[in-house]
Ligand binder design. Structure first.
Ligand SMILES: O=P(O)(O)OC[C@H]1O[C@@H](O)[C@H](O)[C@@H](O)[C@@H]1O
Length: 264
């Protein structure tokens, strides 16, 4: 099922699928801001690379479980809904580790912003360890022309090169084609700028940021992407990887990512 949100004042809209609690679309100021491959427009299940997949209980290969976790591939239940927000939840269980969790995502549409509130309740009697993230695919006209600011002072691990540590670049990230970087301990505010428009990206709770674009060669191996679609997105992912979350029994962990359109 797809839930459609509307902000009555501005006419902004968003679409969220109950499959994976994945945001599929955010139309704001007359433009689509979230990337979905063409093939996924009718059936999002056919297109894992797009929208905002929720990654839990594992981000990427950071853990002993399945890459990017399991909750992106299951149906979530709607708990509350209004014109401009939806709250969904799913249950996660790992009998081998005696762990159970209740995972929630609230997606809230504002005048010129989209906020995603993620939470995990450890519903078991033992502490729980996980990594997680919101794998946001930001739609851009041409990734080779964009500029990301806010990460200038952050060192990173290069996932294209065995997670080798790389010193902070001390400059903005320009035209990030074929990058896969894990920035550990990042500022709360980043900016993605294009020629005519920009997005402020704010994250709280999530300490890390992953920046990913596959570029033309890696994209050939991703069957849901059309030949040139790698140009039309940059993933700026709010993540908690290092350190992993150690959540005591019956405690709750919160993370939020908020996207806001800004003038350039
Ligand atoms: O193909 P998936 O599982 O959706 O992952 C896509 C990308 O997700 C990013 O978060 C990772 O840093 C990349 O290494 C990965 O390729």
């Amino acid at each position: 099922m797809i839930i459609r949100l509307v902000d009555a004042d501005s006419g902004s809209t968003a679409e969220v699928s109950t499959f994976g609690a994945r945001v599929l679309s955010w139309q704001c100021q007359g433009r689509e801001r979230i990337f979905m491959p063409d093939i996924g427009k009718d059936d999002p299940r056919a297109a894992p690379h797009g929208g905002v997949p929720v990654l839990f209980p594992q981000f990427g290969f950071f853990g002993n479980g399945r890459k990017h976790g399991v909750v992106r591939d299951i149906d979530w239940a709607v708990e509350k809904q209004a014109d401009d927000f939806v709250l969904m939840h799913c249950r996660f269980e790992n009998p081998e580790a005696f762990s159970k969790a209740e995972v929630r995502l609230r997606v809230e549409l504002e005048r010129d912003a989209l906020a995603m509130y993620f939470s995990v309740i450890n519903a078991s009697n033992t502490a729980m360890r996980f990594t997680c993230g919101l794998h946001t695919y930001l739609r851009v006209e041409d990734v080779s022309q964009v500029r990301v600011t806010g990460l200038e002072q952050s060192a990173w691990q290069d996932a294209l090169n065995g997670l080798q540590s790389v010193a902070a670049a001390k400059q903005a990230l320009e035209g990030p084609v074929n990058v896969d970087r894990v920035y550990v301990g990042t500022p709360e505010k980043l900016t993605l700028a294009e020629a005519l428009s920009g997005v402020s990206i704010e994250q709280t709770g999530f300490a890390d940021t992953v920046v990913w674009n596959p570029g033309p060669e890696l994209a050939l191996g991703l069957s849901d992407l059309g030949d040139e679609e790698w140009r039309n997105f940059l993933c700026i992912e709010a993540a908690q990887i290092s350190p992993p979350v150690e959540l005591p029994a019956w405690d709750t962990w919160y993370g939020r990512q908020r996207l806001q359109i800004r003038d350039i």
